[in-house]
Ligand binder design. Structure first.
Ligand code: ZN
Length: 112
């Protein structure tokens, strides 16, 4: 991985972190408990609860990804960044550009 490639990935990580933080704030307002007397009909209320369940899942995933991206940002200037933790081969710039938080190459990730 060249310095230039690392720089590009660093910018992407920072952008992704910004987006995720905004997404998390937005989701947190959506997963607040639904009060029983908020004037929704029964069906609407069930729908709202279903939606809340989905939002909670998305929120969990967003938080996990945020942690991973923060970790990636701390690793990026270290020599092992971009190397697979299993086989120590290069993960590849293609994968790192899409998922900079990756710590395993495609093969090792598939063998988990
Ligand atoms: Zn590997």
């Amino acid at each position: 991985m060249t310095k230039q490639e690392k720089q590009t990935i660093k910018e992407k990580i920072k952008d992704d972190i910004k987006l995720l933080k905004a997404q998390i704030i937005d989701l947190e307002t959506k997963v607040k408990p639904i009060s029983p007397d908020c004037g929704l009909g029964r069906l609407t209320r069930l729908e709202a609860m279903g939606e809340q369940h989905v939002n909670n899942k998305v929120l969990d995933e967003a938080r996990i990804r945020l942690t991973r991206l923060s970790n990636a940002l701390q690793r990026i200037d270290k020599p092992m960044f971009g190397l697979c933790i299993e086989c120590e081969e290069s993960i590849g710039i293609g994968r790192m550009s899409v998922r900079p938080e990756s710590v395993r190459c495609v093969e090792c990730a598939n063998n988990l």
